[in-house]
Write a protein that binds this ligand. Structure first.
Ligand SMILES: Nc1nc2c(c(=O)[nH]1)N[C@@H](CN(C=O)c1ccc(C(=O)N[C@@H](CCC(=O)O)C(=O)O)cc1)CN2
Length: 281
């Protein structure tokens, strides 16, 4: 039997309707949520994501401002812009679109954003709060994945979650969030021997490595929940890290690419921005 689809596009649309009402209430109370987005350089995918973020803000009534900077921007200039936005009382959230050009340290940039405006949830202070389960901004993609699992009533407590990938943006935090939900978490990465040995044991398999269709049906346990965070282009077509056509025949639930985790990333950014505006209120 073919797996049930975990449809991020639909859930994102539903959540955005609720958020639109919340934003209206905030505006009535005199608070207009504001998001500042900084885009450095010419990365085409980044330009598309930033446009989508701005459009999503507009749809639900969040005020968004975009700062674009050329590819050869120095770290000093970018940090000065972050300092300015940290001080701007109309701005509740600041995000710098990643990746950044190589002359700029991502770490220095992330650490410069005031933790109370870090709606990407990447600042070490917010990562620490996530680990201790204190209230914070959760990183958007991992946050979106947990929301999708909850919406589909997928039990996390006591389940064996295997995360393939250990990036700071997705792999590491998604494992932590699932641990916070009382799952048992295993991380696999480029130095793991025999990854399939682990993936085949997963009740919930999360794949975020950036290698098109690397997970095959033979790597997945019958009835597993499979979450694909990959975003790869093959012959001009978008595809995930999971071989969807094969794996859907063994999994119980699966996220498609596109239309799975991606739309939830931007939705949880909106959620974090609203949360920040509420704290200002
Ligand atoms: N500052 C940040 N930079 C980056 C983040 C982030 O959360 N914060 N994540 C990714 C890119 N990203 C958001 O920025 C993102 C990626 C994908 C999608 C999405 O909706 N994908 C669609 C397909 C889009 C397409 O056709 O290309 C889908 O999966 O359906 C949204 C946001 C790296 N950088």
């Amino acid at each position: 039997m073919s797996a049930a689809l975990l449809n991020g596009k639909e859930l994102a649309a539903k959540k955005r309707e609720t958020m639109k009402k919340e934003v209206s209430k905030l505006i009535e109370a005199g608070i207009k949520p504001g998001l500042a987005v900084i885009l450095v350089g010419d990365n085409q995918a980044s330009k598309t994501y930033v446009r989508s973020k701005q459009k999503a803000c507009e749809q639900i009534g969040i005020h968004s401002v975009l700062t674009t900077m050329p590819e050869d921007t120095t770290e000093e200039v970018l940090l000065a812009e972050i300092d300015r936005l940290n001080e701007d009382p109309d701005i509740d959230g600041i995000l710098v679109q990643l990746p950044l050009p190589s002359q700029i340290s991502e770490r220095a940039v992330i650490e410069r954003i005031a933790p109370e405006k870090d709606v990407d949830g990447f600042h070490p202070v917010n990562i620490g709060r996530m680990m201790t389960k204190d209230k914070t901004f959760l990183p958007c993609t991992p946050f979106g994945i947990v929301e999708m699992l909850k919406e589909a009533d997928i039990q996390m407590a006591g389940k064996h979650v295997v995360v393939v990938g250990r990036s700071n943006i997705v792999g590491k935090p998604v494992g932590q969030l699932l641990l916070n939900e009382d799952a048992t978490v295993t991380y696999c990465h480029s130095r793991t021997d025999d990854i399939a040995n682990f993936t085949k044991q997963a009740d919930i398999l999360i794949v975020a490595v950036g290698r098109a269709k690397m997970i095959k049906a033979s790597d997945v346990k019958e009835g597993a929940v499979v979450v694909d965070v990959g975003m790869n282009r093959e012959d001009g077509k978008l595809c995930g890290d999971v071989d969807f056509d094969e794996v859907r025949e063994v999994a119980s639930h699966i996220t498609p690419v596109p239309g799975g985790v991606g739309p939830m990333t931007i939705t949880m950014l909106l959620e974090n921005t609203i949360q920040s505006a509420k704290e200002r209120a």
